[in-house]
Design a protein around this ligand. Structure first.
Ligand code: GRF
Length: 209
């Protein structure tokens, strides 16, 4: 059994997708948040999952907050820490501590559009496709070896909300799959690339035809 700790800041729909997927060999040890009122925390608690929150505003530095967060996370002895809409920039210490067992979902086709307002920026740039990326986390924001990407079209008349909704539906399929691949030991990091034996055998299902 692999212990997984999921970090959220809000709605938690990706966390819900991972929990609901009931991935073999995966135990959701806890859902943690930097916001006590994150809607996803209540959802997880209702399902009997351990939940905790730690308000970043109670700490005078990023380092102090991350140190306290690490203590909470490590109490669950995680094999994998999943950032699912966790809206905090992490310190290099935090990233180094969980190197190779910390993954994030970002709503763009990385390396394009790191940071915030990704959908708005993709539309403004005239992109014909957009999507999401799941990647191992390194100290550089929204960088790190890419595990999986999902692609959707950008349609005429799209705004940030309609595009976000189209991408989110793909996020909910891709993220549980990436967690399952990690838990099954199918992901190998080689330099900046992630080798996934199963994907290579099956062909990449996530690309538009
Ligand atoms: C998702 O779009 C994710 O890609 C981004 O933040 C959003 C979180 O949504 N990092 P939710 O909390 O999982 O519903």
């Amino acid at each position: 059994m692999k212990n997984i700790v999921i970090l959220i800041s809000g709605r938690g729909s990706n966390m819900q997708a991972i929990v609901s997927a009931a991935i073999p060999n995966v135990r959701i040890a806890a859902v943690l948040s930097n916001r006590a009122d994150a809607a996803g925390l209540a959802w997880a608690a209702e399902r009997g999952i351990a939940t905790e929150s730690l308000n970043h505003k109670d700490f005078d530095s990023r380092f102090a907050f991350d140190t306290a967060m690490m203590e909470k996370i490590d109490a669950y002895a995680p094999d994998l820490v999943v950032l699912a809409g966790f809206m905090r920039i992490l310190t290099p210490q935090f990233c180094a501590h969980y190197e190779g067992r910390l993954i994030n979902i970002h709503p763009s086709l990385l390396p394009s559009f790191t940071g915030l307002h990704t959908h708005e920026r993709a539309i403004e740039a005239g992109c014909r496709v957009a999507g999401c990326s799941i990647h191992f986390v390194t100290a550089e924001l929204d960088c790190g070896p890419i595990i999986a990407q999902g692609v959707v079209p950008v349609l005429d008349g799209d705004n940030a909300d309609t595009l976000a909704a189209r991408v989110l539906a793909v996020e909910h399929k891709l993220f549980p799959q990436a967690v399952a691949d990690f838990a099954a030991g199918r992901l190998k990091i080689e330099g900046n690339r992630v080798i996934n034996q199963q994907r290579n055998a099956a062909g990449d299902q996530n690309l538009l035809a």
